[in-house]
Design a protein around this ligand. Structure first.
Ligand code: ZN
Length: 444
């Protein structure tokens, strides 16, 4: 059966690439009005939040919302009144439900808990279709890479955190379940031993390789990895120029990135000028300072307010993200009329242990955020065989014990015996730069 919803979103998204600024603004306005009306009519939380807002509002009249706020009022935020957090908790206890729909209607994802508790995010059919349409038309920066990818059977390997309700593996599993006869996609668990990852990739020979840049940079150092992708697409962290060049040299192909998050879907896609163009037909990005004032184009923001115009089950309208970005309005040479942005990336360190074993921060990050009772964490390497763990938790004793078990198992899988020491300190920012790192080295 032809999926009419997807077809329609594809046609709309394809047309969106040709639009003028005036047309983009008009479409955004129309979609925003429709989303706000739906949220008001169906979500008690938004009905209450917008009680004083008239029908002739502008975007900035709407009060911003934050993750803690939306999670605290989870059931009331949802526009489908039959779905509750209790039900979702129950559903997500079974890992076989990754990539399956609850109530036959909604996919469930969880975010990384970088700024407190993880968010739980529902995708409705329309949000899934928009994500697929944007991925289909805007993922590839260059047409020639897309042609090679199609020619080589669309074989895609993603090296991501598997075994969780994360966007990348959840969406990949959803597609695999929908088309079980197609063997064109694999997800390789980033936390598996390198030898296992390398064997899976060598056996599969992907045309498109995706993953976290820091982790792909580590894998690139293994001579045993013998793959020849047509394109490498990174995500989840900032792709630095150094890593981009390293991966280009190692794999002999084009290397690019994109900017997405679970709450907003595909926020921006890269063009051949290496500019991240905002998918303005489906999301609105507002750069703001720490007091929620708008930050002009060309200047670094403290945060971002994100509006996802395609998610109707769980509206994210002026939702605060802690990413720091510079939004540009200069016309890009690629011909697109959308705004584009630069992101200041996560700055966690790659840790190096005995025998030169190096571990990408994202791998440790994924281990620790699986520990449900941890609210925030910071892992500091103090010696080649010792790390210090700082956490905040309602039950620090239990949280630490579980984190220690999981970390020991993880380090053990890499052939390492690392001492894990608890700390009375809470996670804290660097005293000189003021930047916060979850994972870094600081030898005593
Ligand atoms: Zn461009």
């Amino acid at each position: 059966m032809v999926n009419m919803g997807l077809l329609e979103k594809m046609i709309k998204t394809h047309r969106g690439d040709q639009w003028s600024r005036e047309k983009i603004t008009a479409v955004q306005r129309k979609r925003l009005l429709s989303l706000v009306k739906y949220a008001r009519d169906n979500s008690p939380f938004y009905r209450n939040l917008y009680a004083e807002i008239g029908n002739d509002f502008t975007l900035t009249d709407l009060p911003p919302v934050s993750k803690p706020e939306l999670m605290a009022h989870f059931d009331d935020v949802l526009t489908d009144r039959r779905i509750t957090m209790a039900q979702i908790d129950d559903f997500t206890r079974d890992l076989d439900h990754i990539g399956r729909m609850i109530d036959n209607k909604y996919l469930i994802f969880k975010t990384s808990g970088s700024t407190g508790n993880p968010a739980v995010v529902l995708y409705d059919k329309q949000n899934i279709d928009v994500s697929s349409a944007v991925a289909a038309f805007r993922t590839f920066a260059r047409k020639e890479d897309f042609r090679k990818f199609m020619h080589h059977g669309k074989k895609t390997a993603g090296v991501f955190a598997d075994h969780g309700f994360y966007l990348a593996c959840g969406m990949s599993r959803y597609l695999q379940l929908k088309m079980p006869h197609r063997k064109t996609k694999i997800t390789v668990d980033v936390n598996a031993p390198e030898s296992v990852i390398i064997k899976q990739l060598n056996d599969f020979q992907p045309s498109m390789l995706s993953g976290y840049p820091s982790n792909l940079a580590l894998l690139a150092d293994f001579e045993e990895l013998r793959i020849h992708p047509d394109v490498v697409i990174t995500g989840g962290e900032l792709l630095t120029d150094d890593v981009r060049r390293k991966l280009e040299r190692r794999f002999g192909c084009y290397v690019q990135t994109h900017y997405s998050c679970t709450e907003g879907g595909e926020i921006a896609c890269e063009c051949e000028e290496k500019h991240l163009h905002i998918n303005e037909d489906w999301v609105i990005v507002e750069p703001i300072d720490s007091d929620h004032n708008p930050v002009p184009y060309g200047e670094m923001s403290d945060k971002v307010l994100l509006t996802n115009l395609s998610n109707y089950i769980q509206p994210f309208i002026r939702y605060e993200l802690t990413d720091r970005v510079i939004v540009h309005d200069e016309k890009c040479k690629c011909g697109r009329n959308t705004l584009w942005l630069e992101i200041e990336g996560r700055t966690d360190d790659i840790l190096e242990f005995e025998n030169g074993v190096r571990i990408a921060p994202m791998s440790l990050y994924k281990v620790l955020e699986e520990v449900r009772s941890i609210r925030r964490f910071q892992l500091v390497q103090r010696a080649p065989d010792r790390v210090e763990l700082r956490i905040t938790s309602d039950d620090p004793g239990e949280a630490f014990a579980q984190a220690k078990r999981d970390l020991r198992e993880f380090f053990g899988s890499k052939g390492l015996n690392v001492e894990i020491v608890p700390s009375d300190l809470s996670p804290q920012s660097d005293k000189t730069s003021g930047k916060f790192k979850h994972i870094y080295r600081n030898f005593e």
